[in-house]
Design a protein around this ligand. Sequence first.
Ligand code: UGA
Ligand code: MN
Length: 244
Amino acid sequence: PIIYVITPTYYRYVQKAELTRISQTLMLVPNAHWVVIEDSEERTKLVSNLISDSGLKTTHLVAKTPPFEKLKAKDPRWKRHRGVEQRNKALSWLRDNLQLGKDKGFVYFMDDDNAYNVKLFSEIMKIKKVGVWPVGLVGGFNVETPVLDPGTGKVNGYKSGWKPNRPFAIDMAGFAINLDLILENAKANFSYKMEKGFQESQFLSYFTTKENLEPLADNCTKVYVWHTRTEKPVVKSEVSGYEV
Ligand code: UGA
Ligand code: MN
């Protein structure tokens, strides 16, 4: 089975550094297929070169966020949905290019700024339908995690710093889905109509229920992904001749 890793990305000073980290993590994952979707009109040289240098199996797409949804420089990031257009583009690519019953694998949304332990990908391989696990450094908590019922071992709630009563109080980095489900539910997409911060909840609702989530990472006791964010660098002067 192939792990289809979906990464939206957009141009800013740290883009190349972020994508270098992500691609070199994926080099340690033998069965990864990296789907990179640029938030731009056209594929850029920077991203094209980076993904071809990686030697990974890749698909390079573009999907520009419409101006009405694009964050302005001074907007706080929660003001707009991020990655919607790009993830939907990747989902259509999967549905147009893979065949239910023939192609087997998993789908994971791997943002370009998070930090990942390669053990996460071995966990993803255990998924039957939808797997979940803790995410470090998110929502004002050191870790957000599904909470398991000690009797049944099933998910019965969430520890989350932000709206723990969401249907699925899980960050984008905290779940992966069997490819069959993605191919079977052609209408399951992200949307701007969703309430801010509810993308994950709405998307997961297409596929499963809380009771049917599969807790991974040692029954949700281990942290294999961190919702890190890179500080915006202050660049006062550009040295010519370098692509950083
Ligand atoms: C949190 C979640 O971790 C995201 O997965 C979710 O999309 C987002 O909230 C949301 O609610 O929309 P956060 O760290 O605030 O994430 O989001 P970013 O990391 O800034 O963006 C998520 C992804 O979209 C990244 O891969 C980023 O490169 C991409 N992005 C962001 C674009 O393609 N275009 C943009 O204008 C902004
Ligand atoms: Mn992020």
